[in-house]
Design a protein around this ligand. Sequence first.
Ligand SMILES: [Zn+2]
Ligand SMILES: [Zn+2]
Length: 135
Amino acid sequence: MVRERKYSAKRDAILALLRSTKTHPGAQWLYDRLKPQIPDLSLGTVYRNLNLFREAGTACSLGTVNGEERFDGITAPHPHLVCSCCGAVLDLPPEKAEALVQNGKKILAKESFSIDFRKTVFYGLCRDCDSQSVS
Ligand SMILES: [Zn+2]
Ligand SMILES: [Zn+2]
C-alpha cells in the first residue's frame, strides 16, 4: 500500500513536470529536474512512467530527436517543429497550428486521406540556430 502510494507520487510529479514545460523533454531532462526533489528516483522509473503515459494516452511520444525519445504532455493533435541542429522541439502558436491542421485536412480530403497531426513534424532550424548559421 505504501509502495503503491510512493509510485503514484513519482508518477504524478513526472506528469506534472511534463505538462508544465513546453520543451518536449526526454527522460533525462525530467530526471535531472526531479532528482533533487525525489532523491530515490531512478532514470528507469522515469522511462517506465513515460511508457505508461504513452500507452494510456496521457502523454504522447514525438519519436526520437538526436538519439533521445521526446514526449509531450499536450495530447491534442498539433504539428511540431524540430530543429535539426540543436534538437529543440517547438509548438507553433495555437492559431497557426490550427490553420495548418485545417489546411492540411482540406488538401488531403481530396485524396480521401485522413491525417493525424499528432506525429506531424517539420524539420528545420530554430531561431537561435538559424541566426548563428547566417552570421
Ligand atoms: Zn536549434
Ligand atoms: Zn507539442
